[in-house]
Design a protein around this ligand. Structure first.
Ligand SMILES: [Fe+2]
Length: 292
């Protein structure tokens, strides 16, 4: 096993599709958020092939802190994101009360970080929360219309720190491992203060650091310089991950950073009608609990 990738078997594919044939997203979300019912829902997918998938996934996850699950184009539905997340046997993070799956379409007409076409940052999600979610799931509904764009990357904190040490980037290492910083989320108005990383954990988002700086927070060394150093090291220790329709990336939101490259839009009828990358995102609040 050299790549953190696995492919769903035909039987698992069919079991996932069978659930989407009979149940709405709203119904699945309601059931998945009830801890006593979630196990029953997962049980509906169970088969020898599903159990084998769980074992394979646990090996990949434990070794890489992320996993790419290759599906088929038929698995682009948002309900598949929720059903695949059941494999981790962890609590779902709800938003707006009882929703789980978020749907994003990239757009040339926004500066929102989740939807802009611009090159993103290596980051963790919801990093101003007192306890950020443990796992991020990104599921591809429609890939970027241009091959090679909208690619993902994952940089594990251990690999990132090793690379920074190799480069002698002492200021960036101190910034991550020792400095007490304040980070601010402009959208949620949330903020958090503390040390961003340890040898095995990290919370990090350049935009929340820049937002803190705009509000007057000061940093020991120039912020931009540290962010550039960290970005270059994260690029060096990561590889491009292209998701096709129905493919999924599971990534630790505690032990790794994730990144999304520049996206494109293909106009069908300028300016409003265009093809662009579409994804589903959800978060899990616990570490995975694998079958014994
Ligand atoms: Fe993210």
């Amino acid at each position: 096993m050299t790549l953190p990738e696995l492919t769903l078997s035909t039987r698992v594919n069919e079991a996932l599709l069978a659930v989407t044939m009979r149940e709405t997203l709203e119904s699945l979300e309601t059931r998945a958020l009830d801890p006593s019912v979630r196990g029953l829902l997962a049980g509906e997918l169970s088969s020898p092939e599903w159990q084998a998938f769980l074992v394979e996934l646990s090996h990949v996850w434990n070794r890489f802190d992320h996993a790419v699950i290759r599906g088929t184009p038929a698995l682009g539905d948002e309900r598949i994101a929720l059903l695949l997340a059941l494999a981790l046997n962890a609590g779902f993070k709800p938003y707006r009360g009882n929703k789980i799956v978020k749907h994003f379409k990239m757009s040339p007409w926004t500066t929102e970080l989740s939807q802009t076409l611009r090159d993103g940052h290596f980051h963790t999600d919801l990093n101003t929360a007192s306890e950020p979610p443990n796992i991020t799931l990104i599921h591809c509904r429609v890939p970027d219309p241009t091959p090679g764009y909208g690619v993902l990357r994952v940089a594990r904190v251990r690999d990132l720190l090793a690379e920074l040490r190799r480069r002698g980037a002492d200021k960036a290492l101190r910034f991550l491992l020792q400095d007490c910083v304040t980070i601010v989320d402009d959208q949620s108005q949330g903020s958090w203060s503390g040390t961003m990383a340890s040898e095995s954990t990290i919370r990090f988002h350049p935009e929340t650091l820049k937002a803190a700086q705009r509000r007057g927070a000061s940093f020991i060394d120039p912020l931009e310089e540290q962010l550039e150093t960290i970005h270059a090291a994260a690029l060096a220790v990561s590889h491009p991950i292209e998701l096709g329709m129905g493919d999924t990336l599971l990534v630790s939101n505690i032990r790794a950073l994730h990144y999304r490259g520049e996206c494109t839009a293909k106009y069908l009828d300028f300016p409003r009608h265009f093809q662009a990358r579409q994804i589903h995102v959800l978060h899990l609040v616990d570490e995975p609990s694998w079958p014994k």
